[in-house]
Design a protein around this ligand. Structure first.
Ligand SMILES: [Zn+2]
Ligand SMILES: [Zn+2]
Length: 170
C-alpha cells in the first residue's frame, strides 16, 4: 500500500491474509488463530493523513480459563485507524494515530493492534462454565463430584451451622 495510491479518489482497496499466530505464542489461553482474512480501503482524507477502514475475520481457538476445554469462535474485527505521514502531535499520539513516514504504508502493525485488542482476555467456553473442581479436577460441566456438594438435611442444618462456627473458631 502506497501513500500515492491512497490519494486517489475513493482510496485504495486492499485485501489479503495475515498469519498472526506468532503474536500469541506465549498466550496460553489462545491455542490457535487461523490466518486473518483482511480487506478494506485506505484513503488520504487530508494532506498527510490516511484513514484505513476495513475488516479482519478469523477463527480463534481459546482454552477456557475455568475448565481448560478448547473452544473455537469466529472473530470479526472492525479496523478503523488513522495514519499520519508527518510526526505525530500530542493530540494525535493521544488518539493512537500511527506514524507512517515512508512512502510504503505497512498495514500489518495496525491490523495486529486491532487483533490484540479484540482477543478475549480470560476466555470462557461459555458464560456459565462451571469449571473444574478445585479438589478433584472433575469437569463440573459434564459431571458432578462430591467435594463441594452439601446436601444437608434441613433438620441437620442448625447442626452444620454449629460445626461451621466451631471450625472457624479453631
Ligand atoms: Zn469452560
Ligand atoms: Zn471434586
Amino acid at each position: 500500500m502506497l501513500w500515492t495510491s491512497a490519494t486517489k479518489l475513493g482510496g485504495a482497496a486492499f485485501s489479503g491474509t495475515l498469519d498472526d499466530m506468532s503474536l500469541f505464542r506465549d498466550e496460553k489461553d489462545v491455542v490457535h488463530i487461523a490466518p486473518l482474512q483482511v480487506q478494506g480501503i485506505a484513503s488520504v482524507t487530508m494532506p498527510n493523513i490516511c484513514e484505513v477502514n476495513g475488516t479482519a475475520s478469523t477463527d480463534v481457538t481459546y482454552r477456557c480459563v475455568r475448565c481448560l476445554t478448547e473452544c473455537t469462535r469466529s472473530l470479526d474485527i472492525v479496523i478503523h485507524e488513522v495514519l499520519s505521514r508527518t510526526p505525530l502531535t500530542a493530540a494525535q499520539e493521544e488518539a493512537d494515530v500511527f506514524y507512517a513516514p515512508e512512502e510504503t504504508i505497512d498495514l500489518e502493525p495496525l491490523i495486529e493492534q486491532a487483533l490484540v485488542l479484540a482477543i478475549e482476555v480470560q476466555p470462557l467456553c461459555r458464560d456459565d462454565c462451571r469449571g473444574l473442581c478445585s479438589e478433584c479436577g472433575t469437569d463440573l460441566n459434564v459431571s458432578t463430584c462430591v467435594c463441594h456438594v452439601q446436601q444437608v438435611d434441613p433438620r441437620l442444618q442448625a447442626l452444620s451451622r454449629f460445626y461451621d462456627v466451631s471450625k472457624t473458631e479453631e
